[in-house]
Design a protein around this ligand. Structure first.
Ligand code: CU
Length: 512
């Protein structure tokens, strides 16, 4: 690992700051510097040698984000975001899902290889207000940082905007054996990158901010902290970034182009560490990096930026020297073999604003768009047909699997996407080849992760099936059922019900 990469890899012409509706980040002068909030760890309700039990409650509340009035927010087991959940591979996990919100929600485990559509928690798994549901699963996948978020289509974007997102670590023995910072909250820190617009009285107003190409705000919010700093007390710091924004891309770099090392992406460690000075994340992507502050002394401050806007200050304190060296190989990946008779699946993401579509269609909850035998690897060629001029990077995400990125327009993938991933940014005019295998039968959604695009219909679903068994019947959600429930919960007639994504269907004259 000798080369240091100094670019963001993606096509600059497609960056979000070229959009007409782009909302530039600005430092919010109303908020004083505050210590970065590090979410507490979620404690199990009960744990045995083989099983562990958790409760996750979606709830509404108020959070002190800016001086003055508190902001009305939603969260899991708290008023905003969530405690960090840590799942151990091989352990049987039981989760009680409680909904104390005024309306239905779902609990989607983004990046976990769990069965769809119910345990996965997409749109087919509503938990109604006041209701409690139980799921259980055993994970068999590499160590990674994944996440939990609400996914009731087409109201996913609004619920995530309210605060329904949280960090989920997947841990295994291999990770524990690596010479990495492991001390949660001290040198192993998750960082959820989000942005919001504060309206009168410090409130958020999703509908007022609505943009079919994705809602953004000028104020960066990191783990629910505005203007954060972090006290560095170790030579090496491991940061686990999640782009938890609805639309914003984050182009991260440090003062003076201080070097850092990426060790993991969405779904696993990278096979080899990658040294870099710049890191771009598209929506829902994750990256774990290690910063080595060996050349810094107490009193120094190192700042993390996105483009030219400061996000987070690292205040350097005394630390003990750390001589640990990263291994040249972090993870061995053996790609599954593809049967030469298996056709390549072609997937097209097209459009902008209300015209967004996947394979020329808008999402329909009770339509299964594709099938794939369980356990069988297949190439997926995912194309973004936007023009480079005025087009955008669409982050493609698939539920229930971790895939490998094989190529971009026939060329090698970016140096930092050789590990398992579940979300990949596709440039305008580009075809990204993925190698996809489902390990569990079920129905899984795949979509653009600009959340307003998925709500607006840039989404489809695939059934992974066992060819040796009769095809199961899946009880899929319908738009009528969803709208009747929401109309009753919100106390508004059906024809006055508003969800962001609906506009995109209506303007295109399409049924949901
Ligand atoms: Cu998109």
């Amino acid at each position: 690992m000798s080369k240091v990469y100094t670019n963001y890899f993606f096509d600059e012409a497609a960056y979000d700051y070229h959009d007409g509706g782009y909302v530039p980040l600005e430092v919010n002068a109303a908020a004083p510097l505050k210590p970065l909030n590090v979410p507490p760890l979620l404690k199990p309700d009960k744990e045995t040698a083989t099983d562990v039990y958790y409760t996750v409650t979606a709830q509404a509340g108020e959070t002190q984000l800016l001086p003055g009035a508190k902001t009305k927010t939603w969260g899991y087991n708290g008023t905003l975001l969530s405690p960090t959940i840590r799942y151990q591979v091989g352990k049987h996990v039981h989760v009680t899902l409680k909904n104390e919100l005024p309306e239905l929600t779902t609990f989607h485990w983004h990046g976990l290889n769990v069965s769809g559509p119910i345990v996965d928690g997409g749109c087919h798994a509503p938990v109604y207000p006041g209701e409690t549901k139980h799921i259980d699963f055993t994970l068999d996948q590499p160590a990674a940082m994944t996440w939990l978020h609400a996914h009731p289509c087409p109201s996913t974007a609004e619920q995530v905007w309210h605060g329904l997102a949280g960090i989920v670590y997947v841990q295994d023995d291999h990770e524990a054996s690596l010479p990495l910072p492991h001390n949660y909250g001290v040198d192993d820190i998750p960082v959820v990158l989000q942005d919001r617009l504060f309206h009168e009285n410090n409130q958020w107003d999703y509908r007022a901010d609505y943009d079919p190409d994705g809602v953004a705000g000028p104020t960066a919010m990191l783990n629910g902290t505005i203007n954060p700093y972090f006290d560095v007390t170790t030579q090496r710091l491991r940061l686990r970034f999640l782009d938890g924004a609805n639309r914003r891309e984050w182009r991260l770099h440090l003062d003076d182009d201080h070097e850092f090392t990426q060790i993991a992406g969405d779904g696993s460690f990278l096979p080899e560490p990658v040294r870099m000075t710049k890191l771009m994340l598209t929506c829902a992507e994750r990256a774990q990096i290690i910063i080595d502050f060996a050349d810094k002394k107490p009193g120094d401050v190192v700042t993390l930026f996105s483009d030219d806007v400061p996000l987070l200050q690292f205040r350097i304190h005394e630390f003990a020297p750390d001589s640990a060296v990263l291994p040249d190989q972090l993870l061995q990946i053996t790609p599954p073999t593809v049967n030469p008779d298996t056709p390549v699946r072609h997937i097209v993401m097209s459009g902008m604003d209300e015209t967004v579509a996947l394979d020329g269609k808008k999402f329909k909850m009770d339509r299964i768009d594709a099938t794939q035998p369980v356990g069988q690897a297949q190439y997926w060629d995912v194309t973004n047909t936007n023009d480079m001029e005025g087009g955008m990077v669409h982050p493609f995400h698939c539920h229930g699997t971790q895939f490998l990125v094989i190529s971009r327009n026939g060329q090698a993938p970016y140096p930092n996407e050789h590990g398992y991933k579940d979300t990949v940014g596709v440039n305008p005019g580009e075809t990204v080849r993925l190698l996809v295998r489902f390990d569990l039968p079920g129905v899984y959604m795949y979509h653009c992760h600009i959340i307003e695009h998925e709500d607006g219909g840039m989404m489809a679903q695939i059934e992974s099936y066992d060819p040796s068994k009769p095809r199961p019947h899946y009880n899929l959600m319908t738009m009528d059922k969803l709208m009747m429930a929401l109309s009753a919960e919100r106390g508004v007639p059906m024809d006055e019900l508003w969800m962001g994504g609906m506009d995109s269907y209506k303007k295109m004259g399409m049924e949901m």
